[in-house]
Every structure is written in structure tokens, then in C-alpha cells.
Design a protein around this ligand. Sequence first.
Ligand code: PA5
Length: 469
Amino acid sequence: MADAKIGFYYKNVCEDVIGEEHGITPQQFDEMAQETAAATEEVNRHREEGLIPYRDLPYNEAYPKQVKEAAKAICGSCENFVVLGIGGSALGNIALQTALNPYLYNLDPKQRKGPRLFVFDNVDPMQFGSFLDWIGGGLDKTIFNVISKSGRTAETAAQFLIIRQMLLDRLGPEGYKKQIVATTDAQAGTLRTITDAAGFHSLEVPDGVGGRFSVLSPVGLLSAAVCGIDIDALLAGARAMDRRVSEGDFFANPAAVNAAIQVHYYYRGKPISVMMPYSYALKDLSDWYRQLWAESLGKCRDLDGREVFVGPTPVKALGTTDQHSQVQLYREGPNDKVYTFLQTEHFGRDLEIGSCPPEAPELGYLAGSGMGKLLNSEKLATEYALVKDRRPCLTVLFDRICPETIGQFIYLYEVTTSIAGVLFHINAYDQPAVELGKEATFALMGRAGYEELAEKIKPFTCPDQKFVI
Ligand code: PA5
């Protein structure tokens, strides 16, 4: 599948398709091309200066080697592989698994090439408790991959401490050590300290790569490799896209055109960006994109320190499911969104729709048709309907869903985000606003050093009954 590609189709944002009020004119495209070519050059320069090391992950030879070695060792005796992580330490893992393994991978041994995979990115006692009840005596056949760059993230730390206690109680110190693989900073941080003390096998979260840009590092690669995904092909796909998104010619560069269109619409009354895959396999890529887009581009200050409160709102939807939930709003509600469909030309398989009963001849149009044809027809129908109502639509078209095209997609959106960051004139690589919530959690949970903050939060801990109805 080395030649499988993704394409980026943008005709349905043009003025001659959706009209002057909402469409982009050739002249506007030319202006966008100038500004965005400069932004692309700046991103390429940042890469050369070593400021955005995520760009070089597809070329790193050590990581896939380490990951494959670890995966081989794990696969021998492991029936369940459990990722404990959150945000950038979980969403890429989930997206790869949904995209590249069968829907019933966990349930049906015939459909899987590795252990079952569970990714826990929350601290919900009902959810985690149910898993612990199920895993019961199978702890010695379960590997826990704790992923945290900092190691101080409360959610991951809490999950880890529960598992640590269980492993120590049931399997003793040797068993505890054997069942955990840590993916964390190579030098510093709480999880690194614990890992070194306990002697866990560990992999590295690369320096200078934020969680949301880390899926092509050991953070995302280990669970993929363990579950039989071809990580070499995934990285080859990313490298193929690298050539396209480094391109100085604006109209030949899908990341530049995508970023330019998204930023253009943001400033033109369309601050909402909907991603709507027409394939269940691609569903969790839109969740991954949501974090990438929101944490990278939602910023209150620009690079000169001016207050800007900028950031398009990413929304995920799923075709056809959300046609019966969201499309009424998308067509008749405010024209404040840009839509990106994800579509695959070929499905890995197709199902023929059965013949229709004689008492329901009105269903005859479906009989004998492929289910994939119906899904793609519904995508086109929705796009047609939106375009008719002058809503701008983009499509990322996959030849087929395979590691190469998923690698291309990931890299396309990472670089789109970097270019959009330059166009918005903000720092796309930090997430300062996430910090206060993390610190407030520390204060509420009684962590030493957060007493002053705990005092400030007090009014929030006892609701004012006057306002409770
Ligand atoms: O993108 C990011 O940087 C965040 O989403 C982090 O991945 C998330 O907060 C988890 O952080 P850590 O890996 O330090 O536990």
C-alpha cells in the first residue's frame, strides 16, 4: 500500500461554488497565498532551528527500534495492554487503534494480532472500577503502559497509584516491576524518578515535543506496535506528507491551504471548525484533532503580548450518525462554521445490502448495493446540501485507510496547526490555561504548598443555596 495517498479537496469553499458572501475569491486566495507562503517558510525555519522537534519524529530511527523490541517482549505473555495517560498521552493511541484495527478487536480473538487494548484517560471510579473487577486475577497477563511526560498529572498519577498497590499486593515487588512500562521524560519528572527507583522498562517522551504532537514518538507507537499496527508504514506515510507540507508553493501544499482557509474563515465570522469523518475508523482522529487544534490555537495573548483571545473552536461529528443529530443546525443555523469531511474511497471490505421484501418495494433502491456506496453517497449528499446553503466544505480524501494514509493525515494536521499558529501570531506549543485547573485540583486534594489557592477556591466548594433550585 506504499502508494496510498490522501488528497485535500477545497473547491467547495470557492466563491463560484458558494457565492460571494461566504466563498473565497481568486484574489483572496492570492492574498492568502502570499501570507501563508511566508508562514510556511517560518515554520520550516523553526524546524531547522530545532524549535519544533516533532517535525523530525518520522525520521528518528532509534524510537521505532526501541518500540519494536519492547513490543516483542510484551507480546509473548501479555493478554491485555493498558494505557494510563490523558490528553496528548492518550488521544493518539486511541485514534491509531480505532483507525487501524477492527471494530471488535478487543472482543474477538480472531480479529486481533496482539493483546486487548484499553486506554484510560479519565479518573471515573465507575469506569475504572469496572475494568478492575474484570481484570481480577489476570494482572500477571496485563501490561500497564503509564504515559506521562511530567508524571505529575493528577489523573495518570491516581490511576498509576491504584494499579501499583494492586500489583504490589497481588504479585509482590518483582511482579509489580515486570507489569509496568513507563513512557516519560528521559531525564526529569516524577515518573522518571519512580521508574528509575522501581526499575521499570521505560521509553522516552522526546524532549521539546508536547503531548499533542507526540503520537509519532514512543507515546503513540508502543500501543500501536503491540496491537500489530505497522509503525514503519505509519512513519513512512508521515515522511511522504512531510515533502508535501514543506513545499514553498502555496497551492501545492495541503497544510498551507488548509491553514489559510481555516484562519481566513475564523476572521470572517466562521470561528467553528467541524470535522466530520464518514468512516467509523476515522472517528477518533477527529478527537485527536480537537485537542491539537484547541490547545495549540486557543490563546489569549499573541507573540507580542497583546490580548487577542483567539482560537477556532473544533467540533467533532460523525457521518452518517450526526446527519440525524447535527445537520439541521449545520444547514439552517448560523453560517459560522467551516466543515471538513474525511472520506475514504475504498473500504477494507464491503457488505452487500440484501434484497427487499415484496411488501416494501420502496426499499428496492438499496437492495444489492454496497454499504460503502451508501456511506459515501450520504457524504456527498450532505456536502451537496451544505454547499447549497452556502456553507464552506473541505474534504480529506483517503485512497484507503491504512498506516501510510493515517501517518500522512497526522502529519498534515500537525503542520497545518503550526502554520495556523504563525498566521494567528501565537505560540502554538504551550498550554498555559490548562495549568490553573491542574493547580486548583492539587489545592482541593490537599497537596502541600497549595493552601493559599485552597482558600480562594472555598466559595466554590459550598454552593450558595440561594441559587440552587
Ligand atoms: O498536549 C499536551 O501537552 C497535554 O495534553 C498533555 O499531554 C497532558 O496534559 C498530559 O500531560 P503529561 O504527559 O505530562 O501527563
